[in-house]
Write a protein that binds this ligand. Structure first.
Ligand code: CO8
Length: 306
């Protein structure tokens, strides 16, 4: 079934679900979780617990909203749902564009769920990291036109998620920030985070940003090209929709081949090193000193709130 069905193949819902189940089970080994999410998706075609998808058949554009309170932190559950929905859209011939945004106030995504990396077994950490890789591979390698409509803060993994898109539009509110701030947590952004950033803002900006764990205001982010456009909150989705029209006016095959030419070298590096990258992550994140740094960061977040 996997070989027969591709994006562009006419298919029906049950068939599509079989493909998704096959591919996700083989990559995550997470049988119970995937099965649960699939069952809930079959009940409600457009919404899973932490993700809402509005697909407009006439424009060919889907709006995917993350709705995982309080801050859309990328937990294993959210990542799994994200991957399932992305795969579903990718395989739907009618879907040519994807706008990704947040239904949470003030936050696009707080990045990877720190609780998934703190006090967890090596096996669980490995499972989590595979899901992070899967999300990145699907987003960065997507054939769809992808636009991030960033309506709140977007640190670390949240920034990475928006960097995987073809175009980024951010709400112009100085209280929001975006950047790869991993070093502030005492952890190190892996090579594919770094390359996604460098492919967008260049080597020098990335070097400074990553070493210092910089979080940029929207206007600073615009200045270095980390985002492409700033808009007031109430114009975010209309601007994203208008921008999408421009991108969709380009013939799909020419745009897709060009995108692949730009991104393939980076994608290939992770694809051919996935297992080693998981091993690196697990041995790094489970070190006592790194666990201590994460605990201190979590405590800092709590104190800041109080
Ligand atoms: N993971 C888990 N919980 C989180 C996270 C997170 N990333 N971010 C916030 N929370 C929790 C808070 O602790 C708080 O919990 P509680 O209600 O129990 O006290 C709750 O979410 C709400 O948070 P805030 O009160 O801080 O919400 P605000 O609206 O005031 O602020 C922010 C929102 C700006 C997003 C703020 O929460 C924040 O700065 N969060 C931290 C973001 C961050 O630093 N993320 C980095 C994650 S690491 C990552 O993505 C890449 C890791 C790569 C690993 C590589 C290793 C090799």
């Amino acid at each position: 079934v996997c070989f027969v069905l591709k994006k562009g193949t006419k298919t029906n819902q049950p068939f599509l679900e079989i493909v998704l189940q096959t591919s996700l089970l083989s990559s995550s080994g997470n049988h119970g979780r995937v099965a649960t999410v699939l069952v809930s998706q079959m009940r409600n075609n457009a919404t899973s617990p932490n993700i809402k998808v509005d697909f407009n058949q006439s424009t060919g554009v889907a709006v995917l909203s993350m709705q995982s309170p309080p801050v859309n932190s990328l937990s294993l559950d959210l990542l799994t749902e994200l991957c399932i929905n992305l795969e579903k859209l990718e395989m739907d011939r009618a879907c040519r564009g994807l706008i990704i945004t947040s239904n949470q106030p003030k936050v696009f995504s707080a990045g990877l769920d720190i609780l998934e990396m703190y006090g967890k077994s090596p096996e669980r950490c490995g499972e989590f990291w595979r899901a992070v890789q899967e999300m990145w591979l699907k987003m960065y390698g997507s054939n769809m036109v992808t636009i991030a409509a960033i309506n709140g803060s977007s640190p670390a993994g949240g920034c990475l998620l928006s960097l995987t898109c073809d175009y980024r539009i951010m709400v112009d509110n100085p209280r929001y920030s975006i950047g790869l701030n991993e070093t502030l947590l005492g952890i190190v952004a892996p090579f594919w985070f770094k390359e996604t950033m460098a492919n967008t803002v260049g080597h020098r900006n990335t070097e400074m940003a990553l070493e210092l764990g910089l979080l940029y205001s929207p206007s600073e982010a615009l200045k270095i090209g980390l985002v492409d456009q700033l808009v007031p909150q109430d114009q975010l989705l209309t601007t994203a929709t208008e921008t999408m029209k421009k991108w969709l006016a380009i013939p799909d095959h020419a745009r897709q081949i060009t995108k692949s030419m730009m991104r393939k070298p980076t994608l290939d590096k992770l694809t051919s090193n996935r297992e080693a990258d998981i091993q690196n992550f697990v041995s790094f994140i489970t070190k006592d000193s790194i666990q201590k740094s994460l605990r201190m960061y979590l405590e800092m977040l709590k104190k800041r709130k109080a």
